[in-house]
Ligand binder design. Structure first.
Ligand code: GMT
Length: 382
C-alpha cells in the first residue's frame, strides 16, 4: 500500500505513535509518506520505503495567523496525486481531519477518491476538541472520515458522549517497540545517579497542567521521608517552574533531577524502580507503556484509559486523581518489599507484551484493508 501519514512532528505521544507506525509499515514493505511541517523527531534514518514532504506556507504581511491548514491541504493534494497514494492516515483530529476532508474533496474534482482514516489521540477530543472554538469542525470531519480509530476504549466512549457521531470508532491501542524499550544492564549509570542504592522514581511528560506534575512532587515528598530515594523528571513544559519551586519548598533539590527533554528515555527507564503518572486526563498513557516494557511498575491515577493499561495490584497501582497519600503508600509498600517489587516488574513486562508493535501494527494494516474495501463501494455509490 502507499500510505500518507499526517502528524505533529513533536516528541509527544501522537507524533511518536504516527512516526513509529509509519516506520513499522515501511519495514513491512509499504510505501510511507510523512507529511508535516518539520521532520518528525523519530524519523532520523534513511529508509528506502519512507518519504518526507515538508509543508511550507507563504509569509505575507496580511497573515497574522499563517494559514497552515491551507498549505497542508495543498501539500496533501500534491502528494496524493503525484505519488498515487491509496490512503491518508491522519493523527490528531485538529486540524488534520478537516484538512484531509478538504483535500479529498479537491481530489474528487479530478475523479480521484482518497480514503481518510483519522486516529483520535486524546486531547484532540477531551480537551481541545470539545472547545466551542473547534467542536463543529471536529464533529463534522470525524463524521466525514472513512475510518476512525481511538487509542483506548475510554477515548472511544468519551468521543461518542461528546459528539454526535454517525460512524463507528475502532479501538487500536498504543504500542511499544521492544527492540528499543527493554531492560538493559545500566548498573554503572544507576550508580552515578543513585550512589547509595537509593530507589529511583521516574516521571516523563510534557509538563502541562493535565499531567499534575505537582502531585508527583507531593507524592515523592511523602515517599522520600520513608525510603532513601531519588526522583527523575524527564520532559519540559509550562509547569516546570512550579515543580522546581515546590522542590525548593520541600527541601528536595538534592534528590530530584530535572533532566529536560531526552532522546534516549529507554536508558533512564532501564534504571528506574517505579514510574509515576498522576494525570488529570490521559487517553492511554504511552509513557507508562514504555516504562512497563522496561519492567518498571506504574503508579497511576484512574484518569481516562490508564486503568485499561495499568492493572491495579498487578502491574502497579491505580488511585483516584489527586490522591497523593495513596500513591505514596502504594509506592512505599512496593519499594520496601523486594519480592513483591520483582513480581510487579515481571507483571508489568508481560502486560506490555500485549501492546508489542508486532501485535498492534497488523491491526492497523487489517483496518486499512477494511476501510479501502468499504471506500471502493462508497465511491461507486456516491
Ligand atoms: O500526552 C500528551 O499530552 C501528548 C498527547 C499527544 O497527542 O501528542 O498524547 C496523547 O496521545 C498519546 C498517544 O496516543 C496517548 O498515549 C496519551 O495518553 C495522550 N495524552 C492525553 O490524553 C493527555
Amino acid at each position: 500500500m502507499k500510505i500518507g501519514i499526517v502528524c505533529y512532528p513533536t516528541f509527544g505521544g501522537s507524533g511518536v505513535v504516527a512516526t513509529e507506525l509509519g516506520l513499522g509499515l515501511a519495514e513491512r514493505g509499504h510505501e510511507v509518506h510523512f507529511i508535516t511541517y518539520r521532520r518528525p523527531a523519530r524519523l532520523s534514518h534513511f529508509h528506502e520505503n519512507v518519504f518526507y514532504h515538508e509543508v511550507t506556507g507563504e509569509d505575507y504581511p496580511l497573515f497574522e495567523y499563517p494559514p497552515y491548514d491551507t498549505a497542508l491541504t495543498s501539500k496533501l493534494v500534491e502528494v496524493v496525486k503525484y505519488h498515487d497514494l491509496d490512503l491518508l492516515h491522519v493523527h490528531y483530529a485538529i486540524p488534520h481531519a478537516a484538512v484531509a476532508y478538504m483535500a479529498k474533496k479537491i481530489l474528487l474534482t479530478d475523479g480521484r477518491y482518497i480514503p481518510v482514516i483519522t486516529t483520535l489521540h486524546g486531547t484532540d477530543i477531551t480537551l481541545v476538541g470539545v472547545s466551542p472554538a473547534f467542536k463543529p469542525v471536529v464533529e463534522f470531519s470525524i463524521n466525514k472520515s472513512d475510518g476512525v480509530t481511538a487509542v483506548s476504549k475510554f477515548l472511544r466512549d468519551d468521543t461518542y458522549k461528546q459528539f454526535n457521531l454517525q460512524n463507528e470508532i475502532e479501538v487500536i491501542y498504543n504500542f511499544v517497540d521492544f527492540s528499543r524499550f527493554r531492560k538493559t544492564n545500566k548498573d554503572h549509570f544507576k550508580k552515578a545517579i543513585a550512589p547509595e542504592g537509593e530507589k529511583l522514581l521516574t516521571h516523563i511528560s510534557n509538563f502541562r497542567k493535565v499531567k499534575r506534575v505537582d502531585d508527583v512532587i507531593r507524592m515523592f515528598h511523602l515517599v522520600h521521608e520513608k525510603i532513601p530515594s531519588k526522583l527523575l523528571l524527564i520532559g519540559d513544559g509550562p509547569e516546570r517552574r512550579k515543580a522546581e519551586d515546590m522542590c525548593r519548598e520541600y527541601n528536595l533539590c538534592h534528590d530530584v533531577r530535572f533532566l529536560g527533554k531526552q532522546d534516549a528515555v529507554e536508558e533512564l527507564l532501564a534504571i528506574s524502580d517505579l514510574f509515576i503518572i498522576p494525570s488529570e486526563n490521559e487517553s492511554f498513557g504511552l509513557a507508562a507503556l514504555e516504562a512497563m516494557a522496561c519492567e518498571v511498575p506504574v503508579i497511576s491515577s484512574n484518569a481516562g484509559g490508564l486503568p485499561e493499561l495499568n492493572l491495579h495490584g498487578k502491574t502497579g497501582f491505580v488511585t483516584e486523581i489527586g490522591d497523593v497519600q495513596s500513591m505514596a503508600d502504594y509506592a512505599i509498600s512496593l519499594l520496601s518489599n523486594e519480592e513483591l517489587h520483582q513480581e510487579f516488574r515481571s507483571n508489568a513486562y508481560n502486560r506490555a507484551k500485549e501492546f508489542d508493535i508486532q501485535v498492534i501494527l497488523p491491526k492497523y494494516e487489517s483496518y486499512y484493508k477494511t476501510v479501502l474495501e468499504r471506500s471502493v463501494y462508497k465511491h461507486t455509490v456516491d
